[in-house]
Design a binder for this molecule. Sequence first.
Ligand code: GLC
Length: 581
Amino acid sequence: MKPIIKSFLFSAMILFTAENTIAQNMSVKMTQKNDPKWWKEAVVYQIYPRSFKDSDGDGVGDLKGIISKLDYVKSLGIDAVWLNPIYTSPNDDNGYDISNYREIMKDFGTMEDFDLLLKEMHKRGIKLVMDLVVNHSSDEHEWFKQSRSSRDNKYRDYYHWWPAEKGKPPYRWSFFDVNSDAWKYDGQTNSYYLHYFSQKQPDLNWENPKVRYEVYDMMKFWLDKGIDGFRMDAFQFASKDTTWPELPKGYEKNIIKYYGVGPHLHEYLQEMNREVFSKYDIMTVAEGAGSSPEDAMQFVDPDRKELNMAYHFESVDIGKHLKDFGLVKYKEIFSRYDEAFKNKGWLSIFLANHDQPRMVSKFGNDTPEFREISSKMLSTFVMTMRGTPYYYYGDELGMDNIRFNSIEDYKDVDTRNKYIGLKNKGGDLQAFLEQQKQTSRENGRTPFQWDTTQNAGFTTGTPWLKVNPNYKTVNAEAQEKDPNSTLNYFRKLVKLRKQEPAFVYGKYTLLDKENPNIYAYTRDLNGKKFLVLLNFSDKDANYNIGFSTHKSKIILGNYKSRKGIKANILQPYEAQIIELK
Ligand code: GLC
């Protein structure tokens, strides 16, 4: 057999044999108690379907568009794609308000397109993780239409209702409501319904077993098509304390604490695991998992049989920009979570997603001088930490915040409703718009920048959201040709992570803890040890770490010319991965 064919077969074997993990194939003896699993070794690439590639010129990305770019996706070296919701939806919250869980949104295509997408992905060895949005549905879902029609409708208890004759319900805070009020009065039955998100996203009543079993059936519908997992949207909010106690003073400072882990949440997750997950070899990830490492562990402790892994939000919720909260705090958060999960349980590592500004604008530096170099540094971080990396489309190009000037440019229900709420209260709208330039979710939702043609090659029509004007210089086509581009650097990182199990399973040790500019840590497994040095500042910075520079070798870095590992200096936003000997 020709060596190239042999090695292809070898990697195909690894990809398709779910429990046949890199660690096992390479006969790596695990020093940690964490068992090897394919989903721990996977690198996940998140595609925001509205903004990836439009195939029919209507300005909205679609499934056929994604299919046409699968070779690009494959070329990144990633293992799985997480797709934001593609189900039928009136799009109050871009698909997170689902009116039919078993249909594809018309903007995105048809079920035939979906089946083809899945087939083409699997053909390339890419797994597909779907978004599961079942804390709430759309108010245009048949269940809700029925539920609101009369108090004795059989779907009434699919949602949370409060009869108006009992007075106003105890206040609940809403993420997207203009008045931040999660109870909305509905005249049809003289009652209030609950919506933690927008008024068009009524919360499903998980106390009702009929709701739960409807959801499990729907999950099986997709799993039987062959999808490879679910990202559980906002599921931590599914269980409510239906005695509806008053929220304590100061609740808004840690809303997750009061909303995050309701009284029956873990019962529901265990039931879901029994009824659904345990019957398939899939990956499951909780979006949000309470407000501490201890909370998060409860979701993913394998002995509890709930989910595989969780995102925690402490590292993205700490503030607007790294400059505001500082690197020492940032290191403390990642290190505290790693410590709690070093023996069991599993987390995901991410710096951005569709609810966040762009990674480089928040944690790096998106000025022309440093955009590329700091993007590479941040990618180095994501790809060398313990946890499954979730990498957001466009970050491989160093895409950055668009910073809209006018409210008219924003489509997001979150920004628009906050703006209206503030306007009604006579607040400072200019200050709000300035702040949104840093924090708005839409900074991270602009169309993918494929090339220098009109609209960055995303669409031949009018894009649903403006394209970042820097696409003439920041685009995939240009970066393909440049061996030192952020794109090609990202590919090298993914390859390295796949080659060295130490980056997946290895012990993480933080070094030079109080250094305000440099994040330094080692990852080691079975005698192999790597030192990762990352300068998060725009100046040369020193580190104070003793290691033998004699035989140690920089195996990957983002600078061509280095000051050398003997100097104990990193240049602005420099990243080095050093194999220690
Ligand atoms: C999750 C999603 C977000 C959505 C919200 C309501 O946080 O990531 O985009 O708006 O849930 O579904």
